[in-house]
Design a protein around this ligand. Structure first.
Ligand code: COA
Length: 195
């Protein structure tokens, strides 16, 4: 929960700040953040990681599964990060916890499989695990139902979102980025970098 509590201007914290910036109420700001967090490219990834581990099922299938996913241009959940290109420091801590917790709970295969997927992703794509990758097997080992993985993340992140909202209100100005029509279907709006 401490590892998940806050993380700068990520997608959900930004969503909370945008809603707060219109002087909407605090509940609406947190609902905006939850709505952004639940997406599989953000906090929803932890559930997807566990579903992937379940689908792979056994160690001997892990490497081939990842290679096929990459060949099909599929995203492997729990890897990559917009900011951390050399590794997410939270993942290092969660990796150790995953080893301990899955062993204690009698499911060491989920750590072992995760470790092999991690190795394969680094080798094949040069991508490192993010906070959601090893937290999936940690939560599973703790007996948390998969449907509650992202809500557990959200429960922790509420502290960070609230801090962002209060900070936003101390020097508030409404968020209103500009964009210009790029004139091509699919490209649509491009942001204007106005300093
Ligand atoms: N699996 C496979 N390929 C991935 C990947 C993943 N998890 N993450 C990134 N890539 C690929 C991209 O498709 C892109 O390939 P391309 O150059 O052939 O188009 C390349 O790696 C560079 O991507 P990048 O620009 O670094 O990603 P981003 O900053 O736009 O997106 C994430 C960051 C986190 C959204 C992205 O890595 C992702 O979707 N990860 C999976 C979801 C996830 O775990 N989310 C939790 C984030 S904490």
């Amino acid at each position: 929960l401490i590892l998940h509590a806050d993380h700068e201007l990520n997608c959900s914290a930004f969503a909370a700040r945008v809603t707060a910036s219109s002087l909407s109420d605090i509940y609406s700001a947190i609902v905006s953040a939850i709505s952004a967090l639940k997406g599989p490219l953000h906090g929803g990834a932890n559930e997807q990681v566990m579903r992937m581990l379940k689908e792979i099922g056994t160690m001997d299938r892990a490497r081939v599964w990842v290679e096929e996913a990459l060949d099909n241009k599929q995203k492997v959940m729990g890897f990559g990060h917009r900011v951390y290109k050399n590794g997410d420091p939270r993942a290092k801590i969660l990796r150790q916890l995953s080893e301990q917790v899955t062993k204690k709970s009698g499911h060491p295969e989920y750590y072992q499989m995760s470790d092999l997927i991690d190795e394969t992703m680094q080798k094949e794509k040069g991508l490192l695990p993010n906070v959601d990758f090893y937290s999936a097997s940690v939560y599973y080992g703790l007996g948390i139902p998969i449907d509650l993985f992202t809500p557990v993340f959200a429960a922790s992140r509420v502290s960070g979102w609230l801090a962002h909202v209060f900070e936003q209100w101390t020097t508030n100005r409404i968020y209103r980025p500009r964009g210009k029509w790029a004139g091509k279907e699919g490209l649509s709006w491009v942001p204007i970098d106005k300093r």
